[in-house]
Design a protein around this ligand. Structure first.
Ligand code: PLP
Length: 963
């Protein structure tokens, strides 16, 4: 049986030996001994499995999937069974061109997914009746919570938020957690009275019970809110909106929800894309990522992320939100579902769902089962005095699960998979639950006043690709515009773009994982529960912590959860005033944003000249805030990619002052198997499974950001009120204290099999070797380029960790060539640029990971060195500063084809810069050397233009013709 390790790690044998020699060490062990402070180093890590073959891992996962029981789910509560068109599953979800891409920060090489995201935004704005939508939120519950925070920012002086009683329990739980952290007064209300101290009201449409009021009732409420100056937040079901009047049409200011039922499997709770849409007035307050339309250097329409100045990378603690990784892959799936079905198809699906719900209500009431819902879209409530459990048991005999509201009430939600047969089975199961007296018949449906009258999805994109051939080609044409790991390395520091192997991805689309409702009875989720327990134990072993929660569905959410745990701990000890969080100046932007959302005040600690934490400043800040010091948030290795040897000292000083230590574990790829943050001073950390543990980035999400803590913080880790197909209150949750941070108890459970497979395939020893190999690759690059492109920071032994920062500021001073020019020129060489200007402006941070082979690493080094030479040519006057291959990069095929070539460098230099004269003059070799080039579809994009002329929906076709 084949071992996986040699397939995951890129450099072996002679190549590895050459790299070690270049770095000046004899072995991987010697490298780590020199780089990593001895006080932190671990010889081996207990509690991790031995490596298994691909076949063995697949069999293990098949067994786990088998332990989950797939039934017909009528549970609803925000998760609905759906039909993922096979063309979308195969061409998007299972296609590395989509799932291995990175967040579109380099827009010129991301036009395909940016277009798919603009489709998403157009779909959401159309259906909700709003002006602008982002792409995307992490789930419905957090989207509603973010909507509340948005309203609070708009209505600064008001601290009260009213929420309907009839919202999903998971939404209530998450909104409650987030309101509590910021002392927002959250009050349950029927909106009969809305006072002038209310910032916003939150209602659900259709309500959690399924109920739909008359249009005038909704308008009365929104009118009252308007009079009181409060914003109206509506949590809306997009599928229902295919039939019903949009919230925008009856007075909503903000609409939030999920796109899960647009073809994205329930997957045990996620991932799926949440959405948030607002009226134009609030667009600059919109959290999360927003794709906008702009133009490139030739004036062509081009997409890029808009209004990034709102984001935590720039605004830090003043950002609109901490969301970084979102749900791009799932947003692409949902928008493609709308492209595939078009407005008429969506209308048909929604109508069918509704018809089945009506038929179910009628048939049940005919057999005397009391149906209390008369006005609904897809969900009905049954009132069976004292008989809820019995009714659910009867449903199980027909392999159907429902939702228990209380001892006498159950809810059944219809979905895209509901059929006449399902209705028959339900009626059969509940035959005995009815009474003669209740055989009343029912007049059910949704109010005529709510009938949707306006058109939606009118853009040609939602009408053009109806045949599978056309859809397949559309998706291929989009994927071809993008640069993903299937083309070459993506050396992004801090992002760990390692291999996401096919074997790891295989199980996630299996029925036994994909078709499980997160609130299904525990007996139906045994496979998931076993997988989760085992994965938690492995992650505890890797990190040296005592408890792990897999609930957070991105790194940012793990940070929030970890900080809430610290807050909960202080409060439990009567230390309410410990609300200062120290954060080094070089920290990732999410750190500061998360601290604020958890109710902390951020105090920045300076960076010393060598890049480490300035111990003098730390001492001063600790002294200044000693009585109110809540926490420090550090990253290890530091965001400079350095194993600072002062880390133990930093932790003990903060502890001595009564603070807790948060270690950002996003850089765990430099620690797995060699050191454990829970041992060298951390109290709590989050990990990014989408970086270190092989979950693909999906073009900007999904993510999984588990939070791990020492035992004293464990009681304050995330809990969840919903388990076992009814609301149990927090007592049933594993950790009693903290409340929910995600909509589902185990967050994005559906992609946990990826990390589970990764750990089992690698085994403890393999994980350790991966870390060592990643550190070797980074040091090799540092050694190769340092002479001309200086490495900014080095740690013990003159070595770097798993990434290195090269300083381009001297180059800029000398030649005028900027870090932007270098990044864009790398595209012409066939590379995705490294991380730009983080954590130091004017630098590139390179992280090769363990998965790249020496050939690819050398190709990158060669390209960087050659670009440096090109910059020298500008300096030496060979090329003018305003017309050279660097400032004009990237070069499209079109730009090289134009009739008259007016630049002082050749067309070949523009588009094939790495070719030597020898190759250029040998046709046979030239054919081979020019094959497979990545051609960017647009030239350099004008970002500020797009922000000034903000357009975030599909541009009209004429805008292309105008070109
Ligand atoms: C990626 C990263 C984060 C944020 O993780 P997301 O999943 O994108 O929210 C936080 N800290 C560091 C150091 C990171 O690299």
């Amino acid at each position: 049986m084949t071992s996986f390790l040699p397939r995951h790690i890129g450099a072996w044998g002679e190549d590895r030996a050459a790299m070690l020699e270049r770095v000046g060490v004899k072995s991987l062990d010697e490298l780590m001994e020199a780089a990593l402070p001895a006080s932190l180093t671990r010889e081996s890590i207990e509690g991790l499995p031995a490596a298994r073959s691909e076949q063995e891992v697949l069999e293990r996962l098949a067994t786990l999937a088998d332990k989950n029981t797939v039934r017909t789910s009528m549970i609803g509560q925000g998760y609905y069974d759906t039909v993922t068109p096979a063309a979308i599953r195969r061409n998007v979800l299972e296609n590395p061109s989509w799932y291995t891409a990175y967040t579109p920060y380099q827009p010129e090489i991301s036009q395909g997914r940016l277009e798919a995201l603009v489709n998403f935004q157009t779909m959401v704005t159309d259906l909700t009746g709003m002006d602008i939508a982002n792409s995307s939120m992490l789930d419905e519950a957090t989207a509603v919570a973010e909507a509340m925070l948005l309203a609070r920012r708009v209505k600064k002086a008001r601290n009260k938020v009213l929420m309907s009683e009839d919202v999903f329990d998971a939404t209530r739980a998450v909104v409650d957690t987030r309101a509590d952290a910021l002392d927002i007064e959250l009050v349950e209300s029927d909106f009969r009275q809305i006072d002038s101290d209310v910032a916003a009201i939150i209602l659900q449409y259709p309500a959690a019970s399924g109920h739909l009021p008359e249009l005038h009732e909704l308008e009365t409420i929104t009118g009252r809110a308007r009079e009181a100056g409060a914003l109206v937040i509506v949590a809306a079901d997009l599928m229902a909106l295919a039939l019903l009047a949009s919230p925008g049409s009856w007075g909503a200011d903000i609409v939030a929800g999920t796109t899960q039922r647009f073809g994205v499997p329930m997957a045990g709770g996620g991932p799926h894309a949440g959405y948030l849409a607002v009226k134009d007035a609030h667009k600059r307050q919109l959290p999360g990522r927003l794709v906008g339309v702009s133009k490139d250097a030739d004036g062509a329409v081009a997409y890029r992320l808009a209004l990034q100045t709102r984001e935590q990378h720039i605004r830090r603690e003043k950002a609109t939100s901490n969301i970084c990784t979102a749900q791009v892959l799932l947003a692409v799936m949902a928008s493609t579902y709308a492209v595939y079905h078009g407005p008429d198809g969506l209308h048909r699906i929604a109508q069918r769902i509704h018809n089945h719900a009506v038929s179910l209500a009628e048939r049940l009431s005919q057999i005397g089962v009391p149906v209390t819902s008369t006005s609904f879209f897809d969900t009905i409530e049954l009132e069976i005095p004292g008989g809820a459990d019995r009714a659910l048991r009867h449903l199980l005999t027909e392999n159907i699960t429902g939702w228990k509201v209380d001892e006498s009430t159950i809810r059944l939600s219809c979905d895209e998979r509901t059929s006449a047969d399902v209705v028959d089975r339900i009626v059969r199961a509940l035959e005995g639950s009815g009474t003669e007296a209740d055989k009343t018949g029912i007049d059910a449906g949704y109010p005529a006043s709510l009938e949707r009258k306006d058109e939606y999805l009118t853009h040609p994109t939602f009408h053009r690709y109806r045949t599978e051939t056309l859809l397949m080609r559309y998706l291929k044409s989009l994927a071809d515009k993008d640069y993903a790991l299937d083309r070459g390395m993506i050396p992004l520091g801090s992002c760990t773009m390692k291999l996401n192997s096919a074997i790891e991805m295989t199980p996630i689309t299996w029925h036994g994982f994909a078709s499980i409702h997160p609130f299904a009875p525990a007996m139906d989720r045994l496979g998931y529960l076993e997988l989760i327990e085992e994965l938690e134990a492995w992650l505890a072993a890797v990190t040296g912590y005592d408890a792990v929660s897999l609930q957070p569905n991105a790194g940012s959410q793990g940070e929030l959860a970890g900080l809430l745990a610290i807050r909960g701990y202080h409060v439990s000890r009567g230390d309410k005033k410990r609300t200062v969080c120290l954060i080094p100046a070089s920290a990732h932007g999410t750190n500061a944003a998360s601290a604020v959302l958890a109710g902390f005040r951020v105090v920045v600690v300076g960076t010393a000249a060598d890049g480490s934490i300035d111990m003098g400043d730390l001492e001063a800040k600790i002294a200044e805030h000693r009585d109110v010091l809540g926490a420090i948030m550090i990253t290890y290795p530091s965001t400079h990619g350095i194993y600072e040897d002062s880390v133990g000292d930093v932790c003990s000083r903060v502890h001595a002052a009564g603070g807790q230590v948060y270690i950002d574990g996003a850089n765990l790829n430099a620690l797995v198997g060699v050191a454990r943050p829970g041992e060298f001073g951390g109290d709590v950390s989050h990990l990014n499974l989408h970086k270190t543990f092989a979950i693909p980035h999906g073009g900007g999400g999904p993510g999984v950001g588990p939070v791990a803590a020492r035992s004293h913080l464990a009681p304050f880790l995330p809990s969840h009120p919903l388990t076992d197909n009814h609301t149990t209150g927090s007592a049933a949750a594993k950790f009693p204290g903290a409340g929910a941070v995600s909509q589902a108890p185990y967050g994005s459970a559906g992609i946990l099999p990826i990390s589970f497979a990764y750990i089992l395939l690698m085994g403890g020893e393999g994980l350790r070797m991966a870390t060592q190999s990643a550190v070797l690759a980074a040091n090799y690059i540092a050694t190769r380029v340092d002479k001309v492109l200086p490495v900014l920071y080095r740690g013990p032994g003159g070595l770097v960790g798993h990434e290195c920062i090269i300083d381009l500021r001297p180059l800029r001073e000398e030649t005028g060539i900027s870090v932007d020019d270098v990044a864009k020129r790398l595209i012409d060489y066939g590379f995705h640029a490294p991380t730009m200007s983080f954590p130091v402006a004017g630098t590139l941070m390179i992280e090769p990971t363990e998965s790249e082979d020496l050939g690819e690493i050398d190709r990158l080094c060669d390209a960087l060195l050659q670009i440096h030479d090109e910059a020298r040519s500008v300096y030496e006057g060979v090329w003018p500063p305003d017309d050279n291959p660097l400032v004009n990069a990237p070069h499209t095929a079109a730009s090289a084809l134009v009739g008259e070539w007016s630049h002082p460098y050749s067309r070949a230099t523009a588009v094939y810069p790495a070719l030597t004269d020898e190759v250029l003059t040998n046709p046979a070799r030239l054919s081979a050397a020019t094959a497979g080039k990545y051609w960017p579809p647009v030239r350099r994009i004008d970002g500020p233009y797009g922000d000034r002329n903000l357009v975030c929906a599909c541009p009209p076709i004429e805008s292309y013709r105008e070109q």
